[in-house]
Design a protein around this ligand. Sequence first.
Ligand code: PEP
Ligand code: CO
Length: 362
Amino acid sequence: MSDGWHPAIWRGTPAAQQPDYADAAALSAVEADLAKADPLVRRDDVERLRQLLAEAAAGRALLLQGGDCAETFAEPDLAGLGSLFDTLAEQLPLPAVTIARIAGQFAKPRTVEGRVWRGEIVNGRDDLEPDPERMRTALAHSRAIVGKLPPRLFTSHEALLLPYEQALVRRSGDGRWWSGSAHFLWLGERSRQPDGAHVAFAAGIDNPLGVKLGVIEADELRQLADRLDPHHEPGRLTLIVRMGTMIGARLPGLMRALRQDGRTPLWVSDPLHGNTERGGARKVRRMDAVLREVRDFVAIARSEGVHAGGLHLEMTPEDVAECSGSDEGMGWTSACDPRLNPRQAASTVRAFVEALSQRDAA
Ligand code: PEP
Ligand code: CO
């Protein structure tokens, strides 16, 4: 993409949330091996996803993206996840583009008993020294998952751990750089600084990109869009709104600013991350707040003349009780944030669809 871009371009730029590896030689050895590994995904599928996301951005499809907040190296229930996506997709009035948060969502900084656990790909819950060998394990585990993933699901994760992401960049015959680590990568609310390392990295890879939007001004969003999508490519940019009760104050101005710039990104709602409260040691998410954000999102998109393009959900096929509200399940197994159980995910999609149909009726 951008001239002069190369996969190490982020080095020397401030990089949020990177681990300090004590053994530089061990880190380099892992990076060199990963750089020679087969990519996890196929270039053709990455391009196919970009085209599907362009359809969604044009208002002809809807994105359903979801899965665990943080994966571990345990075996996921892929059949369960596939049928959860199918059930949710059936509720939608338009074709669904389905992307799982899977096969790479391992780098998730969180505090466990006062100490920073950066996720399975970096360190262990009980062994907090960052170990580059874990990147190899993450790649092998991801490869096993990709081999068994239902074909209708694309893969995605937050592109947080830059040494890993850099090592998995590949160059196609036409000279374009792309990431073999997932079909879709996103930048988090805490790592999307326009002048930061993650944006410098993501700008040069050809995969469709997401950006989480919590607290952000219109000028900063414009800068981000110019860096990440200078050519206004259909399907390139998905903006994932996670604003909680601030959505009414913040989102209309952002949608307007990009429309004035002639941009039509795909706008989707993540109604979980802006509705996270502290409840003792654990995080709490209330279903009424989640459903309210979904309805607000659709209503704001309607009044701004923007397609409400879908949902990004933390969800699991397990019958858990991690988000509170009606219809609770059986307990807590999340390795990080509270997830929707299948009934709660279905209620969230139903609220979205009902809000959309109010638009059609209006
Ligand atoms: C996440 O998606 O798990 C996450 C941490 O989101 P955000 O960057 O929006 O806080
Ligand atoms: Co999360």
